[in-house]
Design a protein around this ligand. Structure first.
Ligand code: COA
Length: 249
């Protein structure tokens, strides 16, 4: 069996590479657990100065595995997805993301918790929660309206309209858009390695200060969204929409 999450260490940089190309890097429960463990490990290891999350050159991730959603819908917040969310939220090291191709659902919302995000111009970010009978998660119902204003956030969260990498950079969701997936990954890696030569304690305190004002509210919203999301997963609307994707051929 191939590893669906590859951990690569390069000096002080830990790269977490999603590696399930045959399923567009859709995230399984096992992958969430591995991501959570890797983030906690990076957080605790003084030799690690930054974490890079990436997929392949043409696909970041198709989001949560839809078969898992149907077959093992979480009943409460004691589950690997929530564990992953908290580990990203609590990670004190800089987390950098490199995005190419589709970044669907949590593939987009996880970016809202990364510190620096490099995307290919033609990346496709999408949060189709409503059309799947679901609701926003991972704090996106708080962060996106704040970042974009209600009008643009509604385009993404209510209509599920996608946006390109170029637009994501223009709207402040991404740091920079680059010409290709390879270029986005190379830039993300260069930036991530720069943290090796920056004073670690100053980086930690600065990130903490940047995150502190919203931390408690964000945590409460993530929990509230999480409860509603788990209920939605069992709703006839969601079961029909998710089954529709699985049976589309
Ligand atoms: N969960 C489980 N399997 C998924 C998946 C997901 N989220 N996304 C894609 N796959 C699987 C497909 O079922 C297909 O498997 P198969 O070859 O065994 O039939 C394979 O990955 C390739 O997907 P396909 O749709 O053929 O690729 P594409 O390049 O045409 O489209 C996406 C890529 C990401 C745009 C499209 O797969 C998609 O929209 N996926 C669903 C995204 C989603 O709604 N996620 C949940 C958000 S909450």
């Amino acid at each position: 069996m191939t590893d669906t999450l590859l951990l690569e260490r390069e000096r002080g940089l830990l790269t977490l590479r999603l590696n399930r190309p045959e399923k567009k890097n859709a995230l399984t429960r096992a992958m969430y657990s591995q991501l959570a463990q890797a983030l906690a490990m990076a957080d605790a290891d003084p030799q690690i100065s930054a974490v890079l999350i990436c997929g392949s050159h043409d696909c970041f991730t198709a989001g949560n595995d839809i078969v898992d959603f149907l077959e093992q819908p979480p009943a409460d917040l004691d589950n690997p997805v929530f564990e992953f969310m908290l580990s990203l939220l609590d990670c004190r090291k800089p987390v950098i993301a490199a995005v190419a191709g589709p970044a669907v659902g949590i593939g987009t919302t996880l970016l809202l918790h990364c510190d620096l995000i490099y995307v290919s111009r033609d990346a496709r970010l999408r949060t189709p929660f409503v059309s799947l009978g679901l609701c926003p998660e991972f704090g996106s119902s708080l962060i996106l309206p704040r970042l974009l204003g209600q009008a643009r956030a509604a385009q993404l969260l209510l209509l599920g309209e996608g946006l390109s990498g170029e637009q994501a950079a223009a709207w402040g969701i991404a740091t920079e858009a680059l010409d290709s997936g390879e270029a986005a990954l190379a830039k993300a890696r260069d930036v991530a390695l720069r943290f090796e030569s920056l004073p670690a304690e100053a980086v930690r305190i600065s990130k903490q200060l940047m995150k502190a004002p919203d931390r408690e509210q964000l945590r409460a919203v993530i929990e509230e969204e999480g409860w509603l999301f788990t209920q939605r997963l069992r709703s006839p609307e969601a079961v029909a929409a998710l089954s529709g994707f699985i049976n589309r051929h």
